[in-house]
Design a binder for this molecule. Structure first.
Ligand SMILES: Nc1ncnc2c1ncn2[C@@H]1O[C@H](COP(=O)(O)OP(=O)(O)O)[C@@H](O)[C@H]1O
Ligand SMILES: CC(=O)N[C@@H](CCC(=O)OP(=O)(O)O)C(=O)O
Length: 260
């Protein structure tokens, strides 16, 4: 393990507004060393689905993805959003390369099996989903890979995969090559003791404290799958996992996850 690698994940709230996104990417450009960016865009995709007359359906934080929804989210995540992020990084002097999971076979997923719920074209990530070697080569070439939430199954089928899960799985896959820092960036200052008070950041959080705060309802909604992914990465050997505000990545206010 030689170099440090920083993996950043941004979600729908930050991608919504180009000016906000640009500010985050300008901060990202100031972070030294090799980096990977993973982006979602769930909020914008839901808006686009609404605009096209399709009612978005989410179950336990995951989108039910029928064929029409898959077409639209592919256009939105792998097309508009991914290329906009890459173009803004180029404007900041960062040579970024946008990829879906199909490109270079970088992320091969497995269609989620139908149980009591049929999620449709949703991809889960097995332990060997990520081609760490290719990402390593791209990083060595000085490129910043920008990964979106579209993966594939290796048989020609595109799949929709939660972006927090992609970030966590990519981080785990790269731990043999790098000391990996994983940063989940969103529109609040970190994990909050009071979700309505941005000054109530919990600076350090163990898995036991997380379970307690979750059972009390202090940590809820989208923060639950995010922290599940975040702790899974920490337990799998990722060096440092951080939850922080996307506009303040170069400032000290943040939540750092701790091993129990
Ligand atoms: N204790 C908490 N601290 C911070 N955010 C919380 C907390 N509990 C619930 N949340 C909610 O979780 C959301 C983050 O999850 P999500 O919307 O899925 O993010 P993203 O789209 O960036 O992946 C926050 O915007 C906030 O509304
Ligand atoms: C299967 C599934 O739920 N995929 C997500 C992928 C995008 C995502 O994760 O976006 P955020 O990070 O902005 O939430 C979705 O379509 O909403």
């Amino acid at each position: 393990m030689s170099t440090d690698l920083k993996i950043f994940k941004i979600g729908g709230g930050i991608l919504d507004e180009v000016s906000q996104l640009h500010r985050f990417l300008a901060e990202l450009a100031r972070v030294p060393g090799p980096k990977i960016l993973v982006h979602g865009g769930g909020k914008g995709a839901s808006q686009m689905l609404h605009d096209l007359g399709i009612t978005p359906q989410m179950v336990q934080g995951r989108r039910i993805t029928d064929a029409a929804t898959l077409d639209i989210v592919t256009m939105f995540y792998a097309g508009k959003t991914n290329k906009q992020v890459v173009a803004l990084l180029q404007a900041e002097g960062v040579n970024a390369l946008g990829l879906s999971g199909a490109d270079g076979n970088v992320i091969r997923a497995v269609k989620r099996p139908v149980t009591d719920i049929d999620y449709g074209f949703v991809g889960d990530l097995p332990a060997d989903a990520v081609q760490a070697g290719l990402l390593h080569q791209l990083l060595q070439s000085g490129l910043l890979p920008v990964l979106c939430a579209i993966t594939h199954d290796g048989q020609g089928q595109l799949l929709n995969t939660n972006a927090d899960t992609i970030a966590s799985t990519v981080a785990r896959a790269l731990t043999p090559h790098y000391a990996v820092e994983l940063h989940f960036c969103f529109e609040k200052n970190g994990v909050l003791a009071d979700v309505n008070d941005d000054d109530s950041v919990i600076p350090q959080l163990t898995a036991a404290q997380y379970q307690q705060l979750r059972s009390e309802g202090v940590i809820a909604a989208g923060m639950v799958p995010k922290l599940d992914n975040a702790f899974a990465a920490l337990e799998a050997g990722v060096t440092r996992v951080v939850i922080e505000h996307a506009q303040r990545i170069n400032e000290p206010v943040k939540t750092i996850l701790c091993r129990s």
